[in-house]
Design a protein around this ligand. Structure first.
Ligand code: UD1
Ligand code: MG
Length: 419
């Protein structure tokens, strides 16, 4: 199937310079969710209409297999689809249209919609949903139940505004009918734009068959038009991600006070306490305890049975089994071996103002409270650091040593100096 994703708009109501579709939902731009659902649905190389800050959107699209199409001036959703005409020259079957600001529509819903469209033999089908508060969305107008038009909120009569069935902005069109109708739409509306939604009335008038299928849930029908919408969508995605982990045996003490990005892996039996922020792509082993108040950042891989406690930030760090960092620590660009204990207040000083440097801690090390590990640094197996020690790249240590002081030195050497 061929698809057109609309991603050229600025998103004026976001009150932000960033293109709307690049606003992140738990670390991933909204457009990414749409493109991933399309890929799961088997859609190959969707045409993505870009315009506002086209170059930044194009850069993001490099992560996906798409065909970017430029809409130089953003004259409305109908105009945006018109821009994709040449890119659709080879398209055979129905054309799916999807706005880049609707990331919550699920694969199952999409499949059901495809199926209904096929069975109905309609020339154009709209995926709709019923909202308790339909404000802002295009209303699905029906006469004697028969779908006749989509009326934009600003152009709707008072009576039409009362309609709670609304347009998700996702459509399947017969290509020929779509482009014929697009030739006929005007800009005679409150926004002065070419509305894609106007094609419905035109197709009907021209005796094409149009249908609206109310298969999307109210939750899926939530788009991103404002900052408030963005937070509502974020809450939904977060809830979906947490539910996936719950089904696999992960305990969340307070799911609504926990943030889990997409593409996170968590092992069975792990307990996540409230107020944790787990970024996209993080891996956590089985039977760990995380939080409360832990931040696990991109590139972090935790082994089994770790305890990452309160006010601990872990960034691009890999740990073995049974690693404990129970309170107040920053572990960045580190590799930590099995059984090591990281005392409260430990910091990996990984950044020299220009570059990030790695820290290696061996197995069964005991890093005393308030140790600063000035990277690049390598702490061998079994080493103990005294409270408040500053371990630098020059600190010489061997397996099992105890190092103390600023800068840290093995404890035996200090004794020798004294005597
Ligand atoms: C649109 C629909 C509305 C529907 C809603 C659902 C129209 C006229 N209205 O309204 O019926 O209920 O979506 O989400 O279609 N875009 C472009 N180029 C443009 C204008 C917009 O690519 O010139 C893109 C935007 O980036 C966005 C999408 O099209 O991703 C939808 O535009 P938006 O302004 O959000 O339309 P809505 O007001 O939400
Ligand atoms: Mg929108």
């Amino acid at each position: 199937m061929d698809a057109v994703v609309l991603a050229a708009g600025k998103g004026t109501r976001m009150c932000s310079e960033l293109p709307k579709v690049l606003h992140e939902v738990l670390g991933k731009p909204a457009l990414g969710y749409v493109l991933e659902t399309l890929a799961e649905a088997g859609v190959k190389r969707p045409r993505v209409v870009i315009g506002y800050q086209a170059e930044s959107v194009r850069r993001f699209l490099k992560n996906y297999d798409t065909v970017p199409v430029l809409q130089r001036d953003q004259k409305g959703t109908g105009h945006a689809v018109m821009m994709a005409r040449a890119a659709l020259a080879q398209a055979q079957g129905p054309v799916l249209v999807w706005p880049g600001d609707m990331p919550l529509v699920k694969l199952e819903t999409l499949k059901r919609f495809f199926e209904a469209h096929r069975e109905s033999r309609a020339h154009a089908s709209v995926l709709s949903c019923v909202q308790t508060d339909p404000a802002g969305y295009g209303r699905i107008v029906r006469e004697d139940r028969k779908f006749t038009a989509i009326r934009e909120a600003l152009d709707a009569t008072l009576e039409e505004r009362g309609i709670r069935e609304v347009n998700t902005g996702i459509y399947l069109f017969d290509k020929k009918g779509l482009f014929e109708a697009l030739e006929k739409i005007g800009q005679n509306n409150r926004k002065g734009e070419y509305y894609l939604t106007d094609t419905i009335e035109i197709l009907r008038r021209d005796h094409y068959c149009v249908e609206a299928f109310p298969f999307a849930s109210a939750e899926e029908g939530q788009g991103i038009n404002s900052q408030k919408d963005l937070s509502l969508v974020t809450r939904q995605i977060n809830q979906r991600e947490i539910e996936k982990h719950q089904e696999r045996g992960v305990t969340f003490v307070a799911p609504e006070q926990t943030f889990v990005g997409p593409d996170v892996k968590i092992g069975r039996g792990t307990v996540v306490y409230p107020w944790c922020f787990i970024e996209s792509g993080v891996t956590i082993g089985p039977k760990c305890q995380i939080g409360p108040f832990a931040k696990l950042r991109k590139g972090t891989i935790l082994g089994a049975e770790n305890v990452i406690g309160s006010f601990v930030e872990v960034n691009r760090t890999q740990t073995g089994k049974n690693v404990f960092a129970k309170h107040l620590a920053y572990l960045g660009d580190a590799v930590i071996g099995d059984g090591s204990n990281i005392g409260a207040g430990t910091i990996t000083a990984n950044y020299d103002g220009k570059k990030k440097h790695p820290t290696r801690i061996g197995k069964n090390a005991f890093i005393g409270s308030n140790t600063v590990l000035v990277a690049p640094v390598c702490v061998p197996d079994g080493v103990k650091t005294g409270a408040g020690s500053v371990v630098t790249p020059k600190t010489r240590m061997k397996k099992g040593d105890v190092v103390v002081g600023v800068p840290a030195k093995p404890i035996q050497k200090i004794k020798r100096k004294v005597s």
